[in-house]
Design a protein around this ligand. Structure first.
Ligand SMILES: *Cc1c(COP(=O)(O)O)cnc(C)c1O
Length: 302
């Protein structure tokens, strides 16, 4: 099984169609989906410094949280196995607790990788970050390292420094950088570590409805540093988290056929679609150099 090689940056490749030429923009896609077959894309950047910290602190167990199709659950299960941690995950929804045959491919795979799955009712899941539940976890599982849902925390954000460094080296002329947003940890990391130039902006595309609540947390993660303009685009969620309209499904298939680049159904398809729409709306100036960050998530296609 190939492992991560931080010496070799993932490819950044130009893509071209008449639409881009008409608007006079150059477009590249940063193929970070190719950084690892299992711990893929942004999930690796979020995990890597957290795993190093867990090891340094002598922890032997990872505990985390997520839904039945979560890329973070898939990545954490695999990383835990690869790096020799025990791993426990609390899964949202308890209807499948005793029916492993009904589990999603994500959960089946995570269990095969040794992840212990505990199912919580939706109500209990909402309390997962409460002081009392955290205390309960810390007493029941001593020597465990807690990773939040989606894997985003300050160390996760710091994990994007190296990715941003690669992007600056591979395409120093970039003016627009697009990424998909679930928790906003990835967006915060890109904003925090991008070199500042007046013509630059970083666009996060929310894949869930009513994503306004993410903004204070994103600002906190970015911290008190000078940074480029950034925004959270909130009109391209296509009906909400995990929802894929027929139009988006067709967009995904057309893109994949055209460029031979696979997209995931939850994040990257909405991010790239948002870029196309913004371009057609005339929101992207002539002469711009656009980078679309492929954050991975391809396990979600199963
Ligand atoms: C988790 C995920 C995201 C969202 O990342 P956040 O840091 O939570 O905003 C984007 N793309 C893919 C493929 C993901 O798996």
């Amino acid at each position: 099984m190939p492992s991560h090689n931080s010496e070799i940056p993932t490819p950044l490749i130009g893509i071209s169609i008449p639409l881009f030429d008409r608007h006079n923009v150059t477009v590249s896609i940063k193929r970070d989906d190719l950084n690892h077959p299992n711990i893929q894309g942004n999930k690796w950047h979020k995990l890597k410094l957290n795993l190093a910290r867990a090891k340094k602190d002598g922890k032997d167990t990872l505990i985390t949280f997520g839904g039945a199709y979560s890329n973070h659950i898939a990545a954490t299960a695999f990383a835990a196995r690869e790096q020799g941690f025990k791993c426990i995950a609390f899964i949202r929804g308890d209807e499948l607790a005793n029916q492993p045959s009904q589990w999603s491919p994500t959960l089946k795979n995570a269990a095969e990788n040794g992840m212990q799955l505990h199912f919580l009712s939706r109500q209990a899941y909402r309390e997962k970050d409460s002081k009392s539940f955290t205390k309960h976890l810390n007493t029941q599982f001593h020597n465990a390292y807690l990773l939040p849902e989606g894997g985003s925390n300050p160390l996760a954000v710091a994990g994007f420094e190296s990715l941003m460094h690669d992007i600056e080296t591979q395409q120093p002329e970039w003016t627009h950088l697009y990424t998909a947003v679930g928790t906003g940890g990835t967006l915060a990391g890109l904003v925090k570590y991008a070199k500042i130039k007046p013509e630059r902006s970083i666009q996060g595309v929310a894949v869930l409805k009513q994503a306004d609540y993410l903004i204070p947390q994103i600002k906190e993660w970015i911290g008190d540093v000078p940074h480029n303009n950034w925004s959270l685009l909130q009109t391209y969620h296509g009906g909400g988290y995990g929802k894929l309209s027929n139009e988006l499904m067709q967009f995904k298939q057309a893109f994949e056929t055209n460029f031979k680049i696979p997209l995931d159904p939850v994040y990257t398809v909405k991010m790239i679609n948002a870029f196309y729409q913004e371009l057609q709306l005339g929101h992207i100036k002539k002469g711009s150099h656009v980078i679309l960050l492929h954050t991975g998530g391809l396990q979600g296609n199963r």
